[in-house]
Design a protein around this ligand. Structure first.
Ligand SMILES: [Zn+2]
Length: 382
């Protein structure tokens, strides 16, 4: 049977979005374990799968030279362990998905959709790559592998978790093991995020590019998008919250090293928009949708746009909201100056038909229509 490169990826990679598992579970510091000095399986596996991964990707230097430059800058700030020689390299996977993963040998694969979203923004590239570099340096693949083996030995993980062919009597232990595994992966993700923030600050990329990337990815989610992406999204918000301490430390370090932000390699930090879930009120004549938001690094205004369907976009992913004044969409400009700005959008009700049930979501865009964030509408009250 021919094995597609993609079938092998989950086995090899610690993905950028390793978000399976319970989000509310208390994070124990189980990650801090030693990798035996003679453990080489991660490097051996990387070498074995490398030809297939290379065949499905292209060097970044051809398509996204900016990505390669950012990788070099970030890596120059990394002290590799003496026993390892990582071959740092950036490859673009020939598909349109929004993911990235790192091979234990230091090769970073960014899928085509995510590369397109990062585009020419050095800061967004830094947010993607610094996270993957952190996984490689920490040898997270080895950690995850060893943790899984431990679960197997303790009897909770005798089968591949999520195996649909599982006999029902095994469900309880399998569930517990997969919960444990999910918790562990989540902890790996958070620690990689934390380390990546400091790495960015040292290399000259403002830490604000990390939440900016999270918000842009969140905005890609809608009913028509792949399910996997929908499953990830709570994770982004959760991550933003969990990162606050590391974020503060990285911001202090960035300001110390790069007092003139505009002159840093990543340039000025991006406009950041944090949204909360809108409150929907029904009046006799209209729906009122109250959108709470907070902005950072904003000089000028942003526009809050209520769309009544999934926006038609030229590419697979939504980077820019096209102007469509005829579509019945509702737009409000805001300077977003207070610590909590609330923008109210009004949708007129026509008879009793609930056009509101077709609403897609609230997007926040800059003056060029570039999507900065999305707020998910709650279920409309009846
Ligand atoms: Zn990750």
């Amino acid at each position: 049977m021919r094995v597609e490169p993609h079938d092998l990826l989950p086995a090899l990679m610690v993905a950028l979005l390793c978000c399976f598992g319970g989000l509310n579970a208390a994070s124990q510091s189980t990650v801090d374990r030693d990798i035996p000095t003679n453990f080489k399986l991660d490097m051996q596996t990387a070498a074995r799968l490398r030809p297939q991964l290379l065949a499905a990707s292209d060097p970044a230097s051809e398509l996204y030279p900016i990505g390669r430059i950012v990788l070099e800058r970030l890596v120059s700030q990394v002290a590799s362990p003496a026993s390892f020689k990582f071959t740092w390299e950036l490859r673009i996977v020939r598909d349109d998905q929004l993911n990235a993963y790192a091979s234990p040998d230091g090769t970073i694969y960014v899928e085509g959709g995510l590369a397109e979203l990062a585009g020419s923004s050095a800061g967004l590239w830094a947010a993607i790559l610094s996270h993957e570099i952190a996984h490689v340096i920490r040898r997270d693949w080895a950690r995850r592998y060893l943790f899984q083996k431990e679960l197997e030995v303790s009897g909770g993980f005798a089968i591949v978790f999520g195996d649909p062919g599982l006999p029902s009597t095994s469900w309880s232990s399998a569930d517990k093991a997969s919960q444990e595994m999910g918790r562990y992966c989540r902890q790996l993700e958070l620690e990689a995020d934390q380390e990546s923030l400091m790495l960015m600050a040292r290399a000259g990329y403002h830490p604000d590019f990390v939440p900016s990337l999270h918000h842009i990815l969140h905005a890609q989610e809608s009913g028509k998008r792949p399910q996997s992406l929908a499953a990830m999204h709570p994770c982004w918000e959760e991550r933003d919250r969990e990162l606050s301490r590391a974020y503060t430390a990285a911001s202090i370090e960035f300001n110390r090293r790069w007092p003139a932000w505009y002159a840093s390699p990543g340039g000025n930090p991006p406009i950041l928009v944090f949204t909360e879930e809108p409150v929907v009120r029904r009046t006799p004549a209209a729906w009122e949708i109250l959108v709470p938001l907070r902005c950072q690094n904003l000089a000028g205004a942003v526009e809050v746009v209520l769309r009544n369907d999934v926006p038609a976009v030229e590419s697979n992913w939504l980077t820019r909201l096209p102007d469509r004044e005829d579509s019945g969409e509702i737009r409000e400009l805001t300077g977003c100056t207070s610590t909590k700005t609330t923008v109210t959008l009004r949708v007129n009700r026509v008879g009793d038909t609930d056009s509101a049930t077709r609403l897609d979501g609230v997007y926040v865009v800059d003056s060029w229509g570039v999507v900065l964030a999305k707020a998910d509408l709650p279920k409309m009250p009846h």
